[in-house]
Design a binder for this molecule. Sequence first.
Ligand code: 173
Length: 497
Amino acid sequence: MLSGKEVAQHSSRESCWIIVHGKVYDVTEFLDDHPGGSRIILKYAGKDATQEYDPIHPPDAITSNLPADKHLGPVQPDTVEKVEVKITDEEKARLERVEQRPSLDEILNLHDFEAIAKEVMPVKAWAYYSSAADDEITLRENHAAYHRIWFRPRILRDVTTVDFSSTILGHKTSMPIYITATALGKLGHPDGELILTRAAAKHGIVQMIPTLASCSFDELVDGAKPGQVQFFQLYVNKDREVTKRIVQHAESRGIKGLFITVDAPQLGRREKDMRQKFEAEDPAEVSKAGNDKVDRSQGAARAISSFIDPGLKWADLKWFKSITKMPLILKGVQCWEDALEAYDQGMAGAVLSNHGGRQLDFARSGIEILAECVQHLKEKRGLTFPNEKFQLFVDGGVRRATDVLKAVALGATAVGIGRPFLYAYSAYGPNGVDKALQILRDEFEMNMRLLGAPTIKDIVPSMVDASNLSSHMVAVPDDKLFSSNYEGIQHAVLKIK
Ligand code: 173
């Protein structure tokens, strides 16, 4: 067994060993291939890198990327020097804020989680989760668009009991929502996406497992209860053999739907994230590491997204059909023309989404796209919605059951919710997500009563007035949600020498 001392001798670009989860790896030849750049690895050369590694990588990332002869075996634990974690004043202040969080009982809605997450999350993690493209106009529009839809409730219907269960791709769900895919789950909590797997089981909803989860895919499938339905979000790798392996593995593990992300041939500029940089600059580390091929000024997401294929095209969909029997859904459709094409090419559905406002700024909201897709698919293909054969989903900006009910009224099968669950667990751990889902259930129950709809099937288009949906207003200066939950440049560290 290796000793910590031996490992410590390999602390340079010429010979670089690191320890992850008690095992030693020779990463010398991998340095320049690391998607996050060599510098961050060299910072831990000869040392235990587990703490830095965990939030960003699934546990099997290192074992599956390094050839077997670079796996040098276990290290004697007591011989490894503890990596000193300097607690900065900023971190001390944050930990105090964590202690001062309001109790969960005081949380009344999903916005509350967001406001508290902003206060208690590490700045880098908040920056990554909350950031969106450019001026974040689409981020805010995603939420604001719901404000342009008003209800036309019906009265004197028996709403003694209301049932908001439904089905998604033929699978039962307790509410017409699913937990959508979001990357880097462990930035907010050490258990990452596993928290969502368990919450989905408890509340009878579906989790969409992300390609870029911090937990490994198998951990998230193993973490599910028997019979629990999970979907998989796919980023298509330039190397189609890798993609094929991932897809077929997902199918063999019982995944019930493959959601292919089609709105991210390149990752958008998330300036809040970019300002943080993936790794703080330390001049000593920089000189030790020398040149780094990766431009880390691009933020966390871009650093690890270089494998995504910008060449993915319509003609490739046939190939996906040839390698899997899972229903295929395109995630990130943004106009009716593409929804029509997806239908014509035999997809099982489309997620009308702009990636949470993180891709093309001034892309329209999913809910607005839904209205036009329903209209054109009806006119041109005779489809009515909700439709079993071709299902429409929406995500982005959803914070209330009323938002979901509006989407359902307009024809969506279900709605994806992402950030609110990340904020919930970043602020309160698993109990936060449990509470968030309980809040949504309570909101569904009350609002369906008030709408006069005892079941999801009773939520019909005539229950909403969406006549103003596509008249865009950009209320930037006075957007309270934005100014209370998001921040601008003041979080960037000004380097005054
Ligand atoms: O929105 C994202 O941040 C995202 O989808 C992503 C993509 C690649 C790497 C990390 C995150």
